[in-house]
Ligand binder design. Structure first.
Ligand SMILES: [Zn+2]
Length: 321
C-alpha cells in the first residue's frame, strides 16, 4: 500500500467513532504488526552479525563496498569480480522469504516438530515448512567438532534404505514398509557411523550401503582422531585394520562372545546415541536415505547444548557453505 492509500484510509478511520471493542481489535492488530516487524529486524541483525567479514561467494574476494539494500539485507559489490552479494548469498538460506518466522521455525526444529506441526505453529504452508526444514538443517549440520580425543567410542548403526518421497523407485516397492531382501546387513542398509568422546562431542558419518569398510573408516575417522586417542569398537576387522594403519590405540569389545565392558572399555555411549536417534526418528515415520545426513546432523545438533538456541542455529546456518 502506498502512502496516499494509507492517508485516505487513515482519514476515513479517524472519521469513524471507535467503541471499546473496535479499539481493542485495532490495538491487537497493531501489536501483531509490531511483533512481525521486530521479528524481521531481529532476524536480519543476527544474519548480518554472523556474516561480518564475509568474502565474495563467487570469487572469494575479500574487498567489497556497500551497494544499497535488498530484502532488508545490506548488499555488497565485490571489487574483484563486480558481482553483488548479501549475507545470505551462497548459503542454503538464500532466497527464502518470511524472515519474521525464521527464528520461530528454528525453535520448531529444536523441539523436533514434524513438518505439519511446524507449519501450523509458524503459520506457513506445509511445502514451505518442508523446504525450510531441509534448508535450515542442511545449513547448521556443518557445525561439528574438528577432532575427537581421549577415549573415543565408534560403532555403526544400520537403517533400511528408503526412497520415501521419490517419484520413481529404483527397486520394487516393499510391502508394509520395512523388511530387507536378505537377512543381516546388506546392500539395502544405509550405514551410519557414530564416533563419540566420553563426555563431549559426537560425530556422524554416512558410509554408504552395507557393512562399514576399512576405506570408509580411513576417510571418516582418519582425519578427526587426535593424537593419543584410544579408539573403542566392536570386534569388526575393519576397525583393527584402521587402528593399525593410522597408529591409533585400539581396544575391541567382543560383543559376539557376550562381552559388554572391561572396566572403562565399553560402547555404552555410542550405543545410547544410536538408540536415542532411532527412537527420535519414529515421529517422522521413516526418512528418505538421501536426507539421512540431515537427520543425523539434526540429532547431533540437538545433543549439543551449545547450539540449543534459535539465534545460535541461525548463525551456524549463515556461516556454513
Ligand atoms: Zn567476487
Amino acid at each position: 500500500m502506498d502512502s496516499l492509500d494509507f492517508g485516505t484510509l487513515f482519514a476515513a478511520l479517524r472519521g469513524i467513532p471507535l467503541d471499546h471493542q473496535d479499539r481493542l481489535q485495532l490495538r491487537a492488530w497493531l501489536a501483531t504488526v509490531d511483533d512481525a516487524a521486530d521479528a524481521v529486524t531481529n532476524c536480519i541483525a543476527l544474519i548480518e552479525q554472523a556474516a561480518i567479514g564475509k568474502c565474495c561467494p563467487r570469487c572469494g574476494g575479500a574487498r567489497s563496498h556497500r551497494c544499497g539494500h535488498a530484502s532488508g539485507l545490506q548488499r555488497w559489490r565485490c571489487l574483484a569480480c563486480g558481482r553483488s552479494f548479501n549475507a545470505l548469498s551462497g548459503t542454503r538460506l538464500a532466497h527464502l522469504r518470511k524472515k519474521e518466522h525464521w527464528l520461530d521455525y528454528l525453535q520448531c526444529l529444536l523441539d523436533s516438530r514434524t513438518v505439519r506441526a511446524s507449519a501450523d505453529a509458524v503459520q506457513v504452508h506445509r511445502t514451505t515448512s518442508f523446504r525450510w526444514r531441509h534448508r535450515m538443517v542442511g545449513g547448521f549440520v556443518h557445525e561439528r567438532a574438528a577432532h575427537l580425543a581421549g577415549l573415543v567410542e565408534a560403532d555403526e548403526t544400520y537403517l533400511l534404505e528408503s526412497q520415501k518421497g521419490s517419484r520413481q523407485l529404483t527397486r520394487p516397492p516393499r510391502r508394509r514398509g520395512g523388511v530387507a531382501s536378505h537377512r543381516g546387513i546388506g546392500r539395502d542398509h544405509d550405514c551410519l557411523l557414530i564416533a563419540c568422546e566420553r563426555d563431549g562431542a559426537a560425530l556422524d558419518f554416512h558410509c554408504g550401503r552395507g557393512p562399514v569398510t576399512g576405506a570408509a573408516l580411513d576417510q571418516c575417522l582418519g582425519p578427526v582422531l587426535a593424537p593419543g586417542t584410544l579408539l573403542i569398537s566392536d570386534g569388526a576387522a575393519a576397525y583393527r585394520g584402521f587402528a593399525r594403519r593410522h597408529g591409533v590405540g585400539h581396544e575391541a569389545i567382543n560383543l559376539r562372545a557376550g562381552e559388554r565392558a572391561r572396566g572403562a572399555i565399553h560402547l555404552n555411549h555410542v550405543n545410547g546415541w544410536h538408540s536415542r536417534f532411532k527412537r527420535w526418528l519414529v515421529r517422522f515415520h521413516g526418512v528418505a536415505s538421501r536426507y539421512l545426513v540431515h537427520y543425523s546432523g539434526w540429532r547431533r545438533v540437538l545433543e549439543t547444548a551449545s547450539l540449543a538456541a534459535p539465534p545460535r542455529l541461525l548463525a551456524a546456518a549463515v556461516k556454513a557453505d
